[in-house]
Design a protein around this ligand. Structure first.
Ligand code: BTN
Length: 257
């Protein structure tokens, strides 16, 4: 089962998505979801899935490699479905997505430790298993893009990806059902977004429990200015907590070096 087809009927019937679109190849599912948003989009959440992305995007202008056998998808949500306050800088939606991925894959990987690197990486056995790219549109709609390395082959990946990434197949030695994983991620995402609306602190707390950076010295690039500190976890409001020479500080955005 190196490459299994996605059962979109199952995805539609078992998850909260109202509409779904599948592409064998696409530039970027986030770009496609944004296109839909510009055209009005219709019923939400809208799911866009691609087997292969020619121009998958990561945070900070990085590329996201999407080899055959991986999962790449984006969910377009209206502001009520991504219940965060105005401003769009909250890391909580990205953390809710990362927590959802951890919850979906943890039962599959046996004793391998799965966790989060703030604000958007899912790590397994110390390597990157999945990434999340949340983009907030001017009207408050959110595009939540998620890439999971499932059955794709790292031997086909660019060297910079091979150095840091892992896949579910590499971790377990067997191929996995991508539909089941997509359904599980979407179900956990729905639950997480529900928590954001009812008890926002819970997502931050769940992310904190999964944080694999605690105790590490981290440097955060904040648009030209760098801040270095020892990671003290993730706050209930989603901020990265660093103990710097000025004391304990909370950061809501920035790129970790
Ligand atoms: C990161 O690690 O920096 C985030 C990676 C996000 C990749 C996903 S794959 C589906 C969606 N479409 C994109 O172009 N990017 C996201």
């Amino acid at each position: 089962m190196a490459f299994s087809f996605l059962d979109m009927d199952r995805v539609l019937s078992e998850t909260f998505v109202a509409r779904a679109e599948y592409h064998p190849t696409l530039g970027s599912t986030n770009d496609r979801a944004r296109q839909w948003a510009e055209q009005g989009a219709g019923a939400l959440p809208l799911l866009v899935v691609a087997d292969v992305q020619a121009a998958g995007r990561g945070r900070g202008g990085h590329r996201w490699w999407t080899g055959q056998g991986s999962l790449a998808f984006s969910v377009l949500l209206d502001p009520g479905q991504a219940a965060v306050g105005p401003g769009g800088q909250s890391p909580l939606v990205a953390l809710a997505a990362a927590v959802a991925v951890v919850e979906a894959v943890a039962p599959l990987v046996g004793s391998h430790a799965v966790g989060i690197h703030w604000p958007n990486d899912v790590m397994a056995a110390g390597r990157k298993l999945a990434g999340v790219l949340v983009e907030v549109l001017p009207d408050g709609r959110h595009v939540v893009g998620i890439g999971v390395n499932v059955n794709n082959r790292l031997a086909e990946a660019p060297p910079e990806v091979r150095r840091v990434a892992t896949t579910l197949r590499e971790l377990t030695g067997v191929a996995h059902d991508r539909t089941a994983i997509l359904v599980a991620v979407l179900q956990h995402l729905e639950a997480g977004l529900g928590q954001l609306a009812s008890e926002p602190g819970r997502i931050g707390t769940s992310a904190d429990a999964l944080c694999r950076q605690r105790g590490r010295l981290l440097t955060l690039d904040r648009g030209g200015e760098s801040v270095t500190g020892r990671c003290a976890g993730i706050a209930p409001d989603g901020a990265l907590l660093l103990v710097t020479r000025d004391g304990r500080q909370a950061f809501y955005w920035g790129m970790l070096k």
